[in-house]
Write a protein that binds this ligand. Structure first.
Ligand SMILES: [Zn+2]
Length: 384
């Protein structure tokens, strides 16, 4: 991974390159990431740059043997640590070394646009507690006590370090404070509040800002040359600076369209119910829609409720006369226009509360058919 291919603002790249130019590379750094901000890719680019045999002022060469090994994430002095748990293949004592190949394949397949949710799915352990565990910490300490394979830097990347098992953390403190020469530890997380302060205080902070709508739109059109400018812009608005999410939105465009239609149908039923207009209530249709949603699985169900919450927020923003805060595509705007006159400010807020409760119950593996049916009646009650 070269710096030129990392989707991150230029100021961050400059900050990292300046460390090298000014010979003041901090041996333990904390990359404070935003969702989809490619901090992991930047960490690899930094490692590759430090190990490159022919670096330029601004990037690694991409062609020397060391760079080629980095491209495959197989450089012997690159050590990757990430949340792990038992899987079908690793049934006992999991650690980042046993799962390394699976993780590398995952990163490369997703072109470095990785999220913890996708990684947990990959592990097949959606409900499992995946962590960077005590065995991982022992490996780090042992590896750091040995010389580097190629005589240069040893790079340690700890991805999602908020999942570092707290009881294991003290093992790392000394290594982070006084590592062997030419070691670089890059700790990455989006959730600094979940990291022990004793760990954070031993690192230097590098902040990754959220990508702007423009940066996302430009990147999308680079990745998908056929995408129309307006579509790229729409996705950029929806993904809120998270490029991993932007890619998903693009893939799920059809799903999204279907979901919006379902939102429209269910909201129509709720409005009709609130007016006790049973002939217009289309209750059977509502039940059919609920059946469709139930069939799609729990992830989809959560996405559906999240979309409903976002639509309600947009209705709220329109009604508070803040149309500039509305983040909606053309199709969404069309649907929103049906409801902004019907759903008042207070109602939108109550309805959002009900949706949040439904989301909670769905996350806790409640019966979705019952939760959604109940939700329609509750939404109707809010509208009365
Ligand atoms: Zn190189």
């Amino acid at each position: 991974m070269q710096f030129k291919d990392v989707l991150v603002s230029e100021s961050v790249k400059e900050q990292l390159l300046n460390q090298v130019r000014e010979h003041r590379i901090s041996h333990a750094q904390f990359f404070l990431a935003q969702p989809g901000s490619q901090a992991f890719a930047a960490a690899i680019a930094m490692g590759q740059y430090l190990c490159c045999e022919h670096p330029t002022e601004t990037d690694s060469c991409g062609e020397c043997p060391s760079c080629k090994q980095f491209t495959k994430l197989s450089h012997p002095d690159l050590h990757l640590y990430f949340p792990n748990c038992t899987t079908k293949e690793v049934a006992k004592d999991p650690d980042s070394i046993k799962l390394a190949q699976q993780f590398k394949d995952f990163v490369i397949l997703h072109r470095y646009h990785i999220s913890i949710e996708d990684w947990l799915n990959e592990l097949g352990g959606e409900n499992k507690q995946a962590s960077i565990n005590i065995r991982d910490c022992s490996h780090i300490v042992n590896q750091n006590s040995m010389r580097s394979y190629q005589g240069g830097y040893k790079i340690y990347v700890l991805w999602c370090v908020d999942r570092l098992y707290h009881a294991a953390a003290p093992k790392l403190l000394k290594t982070l404070e006084e590592p062997e020469n030419q070691s670089l530890f890059i700790l990455i997380s989006e959730k600094p509040e979940q990291i022990l302060s004793t760990i954070l205080s031993r690192t230097q902070l590098v902040k990754f800002p959220r990508l702007s709508d423009d940066e996302v739109a430009v990147a999308l059109q680079k990745d998908f040359p056929d995408m129309a400018g307006a579509d790229a812009r729409n996705i950029a608005i929806l993904c809120e600076g998270d490029y991993t999410k932007a890619l998903k939105i693009h893939q799920d465009d059809a799903d999204q369209h279907e979901m919006l239609t379902q939102f429209d149908q269910l909201m129509h039923s709720a409005v009709a119910l609130s007016r006790q207009n049973m002939s217009d209530c289309r209750y059977d249709e509502a039940q059919e829609v609920i059946e469709q949603i139930v069939k799609q699985g729990r992830e989809y169900q959560k996405q559906f409720i999240t979309l409903t919450i976002r639509m309600l927020r947009n209705i709220l923003m329109t009604n508070t006369r803040h149309p500039e805060m509305v983040k909606a595509t053309a199709y969404e705007t069309e649907i929103l226009s049906e409801y902004t006159g019907i759903i008042q400010l207070k109602q939108a807020s109550l309805m959002t509360e009900e949706c949040n409760k439904a989301l909670y119950h769905i996350s806790r593996n409640g019966n979705t058919a019952i939760i959604l049916t109940d939700l329609i009646f509750k939404l109707a009650a809010c509208l009365k």
